[in-house]
Design a protein around this ligand. Structure first.
Ligand SMILES: Nc1ncnc2c1ncn2[C@@H]1O[C@H](COP(=O)(O)OP(=O)(O)O)[C@@H](O)[C@H]1O
Ligand SMILES: [Mg+2]
Length: 410
């Protein structure tokens, strides 16, 4: 065992299994085609970084469709560059084994996060749900907008947006994962079959019809529905789900959670329109509608609020326990309905405790006062600090300001 020079007082022993210029530290997951490892890469003078290595199962090297699919996923991800999509560093081969080296996403997928939240007694707050969906929408829109070198759209459709394929880090950053069944113009014919997860598919996808970015908007609409209501939208056998998706409109979120905000419900239902022509047309549009809703309601939807929630329900020690297999194994089993959900946490009366204590509150502009739009927290602080605030005074148009001295120079 080598001992490396101390960096910040930490002596890092070399303990992994060598794999080319990397070392594999721990297996993170295994899927149908590949296993994912936490790995480390060393540089000069004690430099190192952690990363994820996704390694194609050795027996699939001789299965050309699997190998090709693995390579296409890596090449596609390599062309994307966005904070909400893991960065791919390398597609390579070592000792006859194909692998992808990519950014390590140190976090949880949102199916696990929902369950941990319910069990910890802190269902995912509305601001956190919105914040996660907003970030995914941004990453998704980046991929949808991707052009080839001639400036033509590559025709990207992710096709497999599910709670298992969205991860959230302890810093509150959401990452869209798993581009394994993504479609582009270049792969259209060879990937024509129905791929994805039925419970998160648009009607046109279930029917095997032509897809475009709006199909991903529908899937993200399902995720938004589920995160904000704490219930699954489509359940049952594949056939039951396929029938429900294609033949019935989703039950309005307010039928599941009393007090569900009406304008949010309108956005959710517009993302879930069965006819793509009547659906919110892009992930960017969905993002704008949600931002607007969040701002109007004074919700803090940034990474800090998400980070606070993640740390609350999945503190670091618990993360480690889970990685070592000490946590209830059902937590990572897909398909368990979200139980123990307390819808009252979304009640519009109760301002959410985001855990953020503000030391500075921006002064509300006249516009804010006229529309009554500023956050409950800000309003509370204002009222607390100065009961005598006379709104009429603030609203009066006094004409141009009078300067005590000379006007300030720019
Ligand atoms: N970059 C990464 N960082 C951390 N974990 C990852 C990373 N990529 C994949 N994983 C883990 O591996 C699992 C499977 O990877 P994914 O790309 O979704 O492949 P599959 O097609 O097998 O579902 C993910 O759900 C996640 O737990
Ligand atoms: Mg996956």
């Amino acid at each position: 065992m080598n001992t490396l020079p101390a960096a910040w007082g930490i002596i890092a022993p070399v303990s992994g299994i060598p794999f080319g210029r990397y070392e594999l530290l721990r297996k993170l997951a295994a899927g149908g085609m590949a296993e994912v490892f936490l790995a480390r890469e060393w540089g000069e003078a004690g430099f190192f970084r952690e990363l994820a290595i996704k390694r194609l199962f050795p027996h699939l090297v001789d299965h050309p469709p699997s190998l090709r699919s693995f390579q296409i996923e890596a090449r596609l991800m390599g062309e994307l560059c966005h904070p909400n999509i893991p960065q791919v560093y390398e597609l390579g081969q070592f000792d006859g084994q194909w692998f992808v080296a990519m950014e390590y996403v140190d976090g949880h997928n949102i199916a696990d996060l929902s369950r941990m939240s319910a069990r910890a007694g802190y269902p995912i707050p509305l601001s956190v749900a919105l914040g996660i969906v907003l970030q995914v929408a941004e990453g998704l829109h980046h991929a949808h907008e991707r052009k080839d070198r001639a400036g033509r759209s590559i025709g990207f459709v992710h096709r497999d947006l599910t709670p298992h394929n969205i991860m959230v880090t302890a810093d509150g950053v959401a990452k869209l994962m798993d581009f394994g069944v993504a479609q582009t113009n270049a792969t259209l014919e060879e990937r024509g079959a129905v791929r994805g997860t039925y419970a998160y598919m648009a009607p046109e996808q279930v029917r095997g019809m032509a897809l475009d970015r709006r199909s991903d908007v529908f899937a993200l609409g399902i995720i938004l529905y589920e995160l904000t209501t704490g219930t699954r939208l489509f359940t049952g056998t594949d056939v039951q789900i396929m029938t429900a998706v294609t033949e019935r409109d989703a039950p309005p979120p307010s039928s599941r959670v009393s007090g569900y905000p009406q304008d949010l419900e309108a956005i959710v239902m517009a993302a879930l329109a069965r006819d793509p022509d009547h659906r919110i047309a892009s992930a960017a549009d969905l993002s704008l509608h949600l931002w607007n809703f969040a701002v109007r309601n004074g919700l803090l939807v940034g990474p800090r609020a998400i980070a606070h929630h993640v740390q609350l329900v999945a503190p670091r020690s618990r993360l480690l326990d889970e990685e070592l297999g000490f946590v209830d194994p059902r937590i990572s089993q897909p398909g368990i309905p979200i139980s123990d959900f307390d819808p009252s946490s979304f009640s519009s009366e109760a301002p959410e405790d985001t855990g953020i204590r503000r030391s500075w509150i921006p002064a509300p502009s006249d516009e804010h006062l006229k529309s009554g739009v500023f956050s409950d927290a800000a309003r509370a602080v204002l009222l607390e600090e100065d009961d005598e605030i006379d709104l009429a005074d603030l609203l009066e148009d006094d004409g141009p300001p009078e300067w005590d001295d000379d006007p300030p120079r720019r």
